[in-house]
Design a protein around this ligand. Structure first.
Ligand SMILES: [Zn+2]
Ligand SMILES: [Zn+2]
Length: 259
């Protein structure tokens, strides 16, 4: 047990609830993730991509059964990263969803008003939006509010990610995450009870939003989003950020491994 400053052990930085394996796009086998996590003294949740988007994901019911059987047999929390942009999460029966200790939702694609889909990694503004980047940001923020209110999830991963198409115009996140948008998203998180991931991989969210979320009673999880030996169970930035904005064990979402 790690004890700091004479106080009780804190869970901040000791739980990585967002790890990938080679059952989706991670480089490590499940057993290797377990070993790396044990070396680093971190409990891990396995959250591979469960979505029909690509064949390399856990994209069918058969693959999902195999995935669940594998993580059932390992000393890990059992989770999955579901895509907001794919409906697989809405079609799985309750008894399958109940096999996860918690579930993660991610905006890997968001819906535009005309029904088309855009990527949060878009390098260019969509046609018709070139002169309206702030209106595009309204769409992104509204998608996130819908996501946490709609999906059967406990954690929203890397949710405040901004497309390069926007950050190239202005690198300061507050230019896009305005007070009004932050307030709407924090309200959606507080009302839905979905925890906000502090992403070690993407170094998100920014402090102002984290502080507002904490003050609104939102809970937090720390996630490496690790795909490699270097990344898995490595939470330096996320733990430092959590402490900086006043997140203690009381504000953490802590899963239970159900039998
Ligand atoms: Zn993701
Ligand atoms: Zn991920």
């Amino acid at each position: 047990m790690i004890v700091g400053n004479g106080g009780p052990a804190s869970l901040v930085g000791r739980q990585d609830l967002h790890c990938h394996t080679n059952m989706s796009d991670g480089r490590l086998a499940l057993q290797q993730v377990v070993e790396v996590a044990a070396e680093r003294g971190v409990q891990v949740g396995i959250a591979d991509h469960v979505s029909r988007r690509y064949d390399w994901m856990v994209s069918t019911r058969e693959k999902l059964e195999r995935y669940l059987d594998a993580i059932d047999g390992a000393p890990v929390f059992r989770s999955a990263e579901f895509c907001w942009c794919d409906g697989m999460w809405s079609e799985l029966p309750d008894e399958v969803m109940a096999r996860f200790d918690y579930r993660i939702g991610s905006n890997h694609g968001f819906r535009m008003p005309d029904g088309s889909e855009e990527s949060p990694w878009a390098e260019e503004l969509p046609a018709g939006w070139r002169h309206r980047p702030q209106a595009l940001m309204d769409v992104i923020a509204a998608n996130l509010c819908d996501m946490v209110r709609t999906m059967p999830i406990e954690i929203a991963a890397h949710s405040t990610l901004l497309p390069p198409a926007l950050t190239r115009l202005e690198g300061d996140p507050h230019a896009w995450w305005t007070d009004a948008r932050e307030d709407r998203y924090v309200e959606a998180l507080a009302e839905s009870g979905v925890a906000l991931e502090i992403s070690n991989r993407y170094r998100l969210p920014h402090d102002r939003l984290l502080v507002k979320a904490r003050e609104a009673g939102v809970r937090f999880s720390l996630g490496s989003d690790g795909h490699s030996e270097k990344q898995v169970a490595a939470l330096d930035w996320a733990a430092e950020t959590a402490r900086r904005v006043g997140v203690t064990d009381r504000e953490l979402f802590v899963p239970e491994r159900r039998s």
